[in-house]
Design a protein around this ligand. Structure first.
Ligand code: S3P
Length: 444
């Protein structure tokens, strides 16, 4: 797909449901006893894969008009899947589900696409092994792999060694079917959807934060979970990010992005863009599904380069690719630090972003865990490249946004995987005035 310089973007767009929360709605609804009705769910391929896996283990999940009706098994009552659980491209789906089924005294096999099969699973398997889970993997803690739980899992106290909500969540979910109290220590706060939502489904979870900001999360195992009659998924700030940055970069733009989750563990990009001089107004702040949401009015803005502190990374971890695009149009240099986790996303995102900037004439430097970008506010000379996306939806969407503001069009080698997280992306962007065109079909 190719993106071309656009006339001013205008109008309103409503982003789809949050991916993190949508996965958890299927997981927790599928586990809890009784019925959960979910609205606003992201119907992306990643989330649907999690839904299929929960069905394979006994949950009933059906679409009913705008809503999804989930009838769970009851905590501790998942059934052994009779076929491998296929998570496609979905890291969150596979890692959280491994945690959830780890302590069950049955076998489960996990498979995924080429991108997921390259990603490290040891970060989840290590704590599961401490709880008594056996792992059989052909290639060092990568998919495809099988796990089998012990007769009774042992509760652990686990200090998460990297800033990862997926690892924190996997250990807590393993704790659900483990006798006693499972404790997770989180030195750096990451998105807190698991803790918050589990509480809503009736789990006994306690969170204590010390003076240094270190969080200790205790979960009582083997408690009853109950379906939530009306669960609302707020809009995904990580999807909104592409629209927001497009609105800032395309001259003359004035758009409103509606229903965006404002949970502070997810708003690092907005803060950074505001520091760069972005005009982003938070309209109509309200509560939805127990979370703060707002509509964002975004106007084309002159941006300036900033230093993004490493501590901010967990609250904007999925947004660095599109921030790099914003930085390409900022006056001066933007320095992003603390990016080590970007190396193990759907692609090595640091390398993929650097390579994409290179073929599109954006001056930059790449370090082991940092990236600096030298901007070109008028976009002169930028674009003209074909970007290798490596099965990574966020690389594809970020560089399409670059094409909307660069002097020359920007092409991405594959746009199909955008459907994993944001199937409506091109339609919503085109409704705002973006210009995309399909390039020739890729050779099989
Ligand atoms: C997610 C956690 C993050 C994030 C991913 C979703 C989650 O991954 O990148 O898109 O829903 O818990 P890590 O835990 O690997 O940082």
């Amino acid at each position: 797909m190719r993106a071309m310089r656009a006339a001013p973007l205008g109008g309103h767009a409503r982003v789809p449901g949050d991916k993190s929360i949508s996965h958890r709605a299927f997981l927790f609804g599928g586990l809890a006893s009784g019925r959960t009705r979910v609205t606003g769910l992201l119907e992306g391929e990643d989330v649907l894969a999690t839904g299929r896996a929960m069905r394979q283990m006994g949950a009933r999940i059906e679409r009913d008009g705008e809503a999804w009706i989930v009838e769970g098994t009851g905590n501790g009552c998942l059934l052994e899947p009779d076929a491998p659980l296929d998570f496609g491209n979905a890291g969150t789906g596979v890692r959280l589900t491994m945690g959830l089924v780890g302590p069950y005294d049955f076998g489960a096999t996990f498979v995924g696409d080429a991108s997921l099969s390259r990603r490290p699973m040891g970060r989840v398997l290590d704590p599961l092994r401490m709880m008594g889970v056996q792992v059989a993997a052909r290639t060092g803690d990568r998919l495809p792999l099988s796990i089998r739980g012990p007769r009774a899992a042992a509760p652990i106290e686990y200090r998460v060694p990297m800033a990862s909500a997926q690892v924190k969540s996997a250990v807590l979910l393993a704790g659900l079917n483990t006798p006693g109290v499972t404790t997770v220590i989180e030195p750096v706060m990451t998105r807190d959807h698991t803790e918050k939502m589990l509480e809503g489904f009736g789990a006994v979870v306690e969170v204590a934060t010390d003076a240094a900001g270190v969080r200790t999360i205790r979960l009582e195992g083997q408690g009853a979970l109950k379906g939530v009659p009306d669960f609302v998924v707020p809009g995904d700030p990580s999807s909104a990010a592409f629209l927001v940055v497009a609105g800032l970069l395309v001259p003359g733009s004035d758009i409103v992005v509606e229903n965006v989750l404002m949970n502070p563990t997810r708003t690092g990009l907005l803060l950074t863009l505001e520091e760069m001089g972005a005009s982003i107004e938070r309209l109509n702040p309200r509560q939805s599904g127990g979370e703060d949401v707002a509509d964002l009015r975004v106007r084309h803005s002159a941006l300036k380069g900033v230093d993004v502190p490493a501590e901010r990374a967990p609250s904007m971890i999925d947004e660095y690719p599109v921030l790099a695009i914003a930085a390409a149009f900022a006056e001066g240099r933007t320095l992003m630090r603390g990016l080590d986790e970007l190396r193990v996303k759907e692609s090595d995102r640091l390398a993929a972003v650097a390579a994409g900037l290179k073929v599109n004439g954006v001056a930059h430097e790449e370090g082991e865990d940092w990236l600096s970008v030298e901007g070109r506010p008028d976009g002169k000379g930028l674009g003209g490249g074909m970007v290798a996306t490596h099965l990574d939806h966020r690389i594809a969407m970020s560089f399409l946004v670059l094409g909307l503001a660069a002097e020359k069009p920007v092409a991405v080698d594959d746009a199909r995987m955008i459907a994993t997280s944001f199937p409506e992306f091109t339609r919503l962007m085109e409704a705002l005035g973006a210009r995309f065109e399909a390039v020739a079909e890729r050779a099989a």
